[in-house]
Every structure is written in structure tokens, then in C-alpha cells.
Design a protein around this ligand. Sequence first.
Ligand SMILES: C[S@@+](CC[C@H](N)C(=O)[O-])C[C@H]1O[C@@H](n2cnc3c(N)ncnc32)[C@H](O)[C@@H]1O
Length: 257
Amino acid sequence: MGGVEGELFLLKDQKGRAFLVRLREGGVFHHHRGAVPHEAIRQAGPGGRVQTHLGEALSVHRPTLEEYVLHMRRSATPTYPKDASAMVTLLDLSPGMRVLEAGTGSGGLTLFLARAVGKEGRVESYERRPQHLAQAQGNVRAFWQVENVRFHPLALEEAELEPEGFHGVALDLMEPWKVLAKAAEALMPDRFLVAYLPNITQVLELVQRAEGLPLRLDRVLEVSWREWEVRLPVAHPRFQQVGHTAFLVAFRKWKDS
Ligand SMILES: C[S@@+](CC[C@H](N)C(=O)[O-])C[C@H]1O[C@@H](n2cnc3c(N)ncnc32)[C@H](O)[C@@H]1O
């Protein structure tokens, strides 16, 4: 199969269902409406089409980051892509920056951060559960070949961090208040710490625990993402939507006076 072993593709069926496929020599993709050899997928290439032996047409794509995160293997629930991209904006990330992340989980948010800071930048990602970290490392390396992520098998509480060494801090863990003082110390003045929290009670706890730290609450928000079904001449909002995912809480660091 010459050089395509391990290449990632996304197949979409007639109903819009998507399937991630990693090519293997002699491999076969099985859909409930038939099978397709990996070699046929490679030959069709991104933007092409294949047919299963039972006649189901499948379109062939390179997975986008959003598609990849939604379909990759997971040990922990990844940050939803609409929220991960909003976090990149709230963190004001750009190429060359250094970002601190905890917990790594399945590596979904890590990928958004890594792409935003680019090959001159760095993501230092902390995860306390070895099994999650192994999954995240596999997920990140399968999609993103740039070596700008360092994975640390540690709780953030145990990390040795350079004071004011980071342009941003991204937290997606249950009890971010436990690491808030440490993360605030590692953040550069005037830069942002953003936490992803499913429950409003967590948001209130976090805001309360930030009192006394050099962090000013900047914004609390939810990202709504409303998709429409357009089948001309008819158009209406999709009947099934992504509901509540999480609140995003952004703090900005004060300069030490
Ligand atoms: C919801 S998951 C993160 C998902 C991740 N953002 C993604 O996109 O895949 C939360 C993770 O935080 C880890 N975690 C919880 N507390 C932690 C801590 N204090 N330090 C490091 N990791 C922690 C958990 O083990 C879990 O894997």
C-alpha cells in the first residue's frame, strides 16, 4: 500500500453518519450496508467516493479537527469543539505562545490549543490518570504530527511551573478551584485563564474561590450553536440540536503591585 499505512480518513454515508478510518494494509471498512477495502479508500482519496459491496455510496474525506474530536476514541468526554474553539478565542492564542492545560482527558482541547499556538508554540498538558493520558497521546499523535505538546502524567497540583511562564491556562477538570492559585501564579500578567464547567454551581464556586487571587473575573458565557436543515425550498432549525455543554469562565490576571 506504499506509504499510506496509518493514514486517517473520514467516510460519510448517505444519512450523513461519519466514520473515522485508519488505513491498514489489507484492511477492510465494515458499514452495516456492506464493506469497502482500505485500498479503495486510498485510491478514491479526499473528496472522492467509494461504494460498499452492497451499493452504499460513501464520501471520502480528510477529517477536520472538529470531525476528528467528535469521532476519535475517548477515555474522558472531550471539550465540545464549539467550546474548544471559543476557548482559543477567549485565551487570545496565537502562534508561538505557551499554554498550560489540565486535565488532558482524551486530548480534544489539546489539539485545538496545539493548532492555535503552532509549531513555534508549546502546550504543557497535565493529566492525573495514566489511562486517560495514554488515550490522549494516541489521539493527538494520530491527528497532529507537530511536536509542540508535552504530556505530563501528573495532577496539576504536583506540577513544577515557571512563575508567569504561560500566555494562557485552559482548565477542563471537575474541581478547578483546587489548582486555581497554582495556575494563576504560572500565568503572565494581563493574560487569560479559561475554565470549562458543565454546572453553574461549579461556576459560582470557582468565582468565589478566585477571591484573594490576582485574577479578575472577565466573562462567563455559553456558546450556542444552532444548526439548520436546508433542503431547498425548505429550511428550518434542526430538530435535534446540541444542548447545553458547559459554561466558559474567563479570568484575566492582575499585575503584581
Ligand atoms: C473532562 S476531562 C478533560 C477532557 C479534555 N478537555 C478533552 O478535550 O479531551 C477531565 C480530565 O481531568 C483530569 N483531572 C481531574 N483533576 C485533575 C488535576 N487536578 N490535574 C490533572 N488532571 C486532572 C481527569 O482525570 C480527566 O481526564
